[in-house]
Design a protein around this ligand. Sequence first.
Ligand SMILES: [Zn+2]
Length: 391
Amino acid sequence: MNTPESPSARRQRSRQQLLEVIRRENGVTRADLSLITGLSRSAVAEAVQDLMNERLIAEDVLAAGGRGVGRGRPSALLVASGGDGYVVGIDFDHERVTVAVAQIDGQIRAEEHAAVNVDSEAAAALDVAAGMVHRLLGQTGMTLSEIRAVAAGVPAPLDVKSSRIHQASVLSGWVGLDPARELADRLGRPVVIGNDADLGAAGELRFGVAKGARDFIYVKASEGIGAGLVLGGAVYRGATGAAGEIGHTRLGEQGAWCRCGNRGCLETVVSSTLVRQLMREIGLPPARDEIFPLAEVARHPVTGRFIAEAGRTLGRVLADLSNCLNPALIVLGGELGTAGEALADGVRESINRYAQPTVASAVEVKLAALGLRSELLGAVGLAGQHALLEI
Ligand SMILES: [Zn+2]
């Protein structure tokens, strides 16, 4: 006959179970913990207090207007903490690499970016990123041994099983590469890799406008368009890791040829490349290479039309996706997201017009709070989560 579990053993087991969930999730409320673990609210409250006393977890506030705000007292988000040490986040975009050294809780200590042709020169981009890590560590007086985890985002779908890039049409120079291993070889630290839109979603979930959201879509609208899907509180990657590639939604039989081999894809009519092209055509040269944020472009009588139309077209695709997934929130990020409300208004207009009324009324459309840094901060957050899982 089994001896019944003592109250202290039960409490210890609940505590461990909750700690594991909090380390795995990207911010949960006490109510979420009760739902996820099946433990009673009082058991959750007691164990959470123990974990906070031991500084293994901390409270974070929900974003204004977010879930749990507005009905009585806002419920705080619980996030993993504890442990000294630092992490590195790396964001590989198509034409630039950004690296940040941060504390485990996400506070940035140093950050820099460099222009490099990421798409076709994989080895050079990886070397540049590794060099930047060494330089930032030197600037801050740290050594690699203090870095507990590294996370990097790449702008291509990653195979779920192998974490390799297998789609030749996006990052031609990276096909077959194992970016995590390549970086780990260069840095001598554990590296975890993610898709850029998934990391953008993670960044907004942990530090931005999506704090506390359980069902939301993050859209990275830059040269290409990808979505990070957070469903039931977890990033959804699909059977092979290609979920959320909304840039290749076909808008019609005709239209321009897309790099994927089809015609009329969303990316062929909505992209930051087209904004640059239009600016050149109407003699609106950027004052400098860096044309972002696009707020001024959105106010121009010609390019402003493009931004509004881009928002409506993107919104048509997001209306269909919303009918499938019924999200509570859509976050617009990437280079086009920097155009501001002009883009968001177009998206809202199409969602209200084309999504089912119950779906449209449930979804809020917001601009990424972290601007072009959502992916980088998502990488920092992911590295922090991995560092804490190692404890
Ligand atoms: Zn396509």
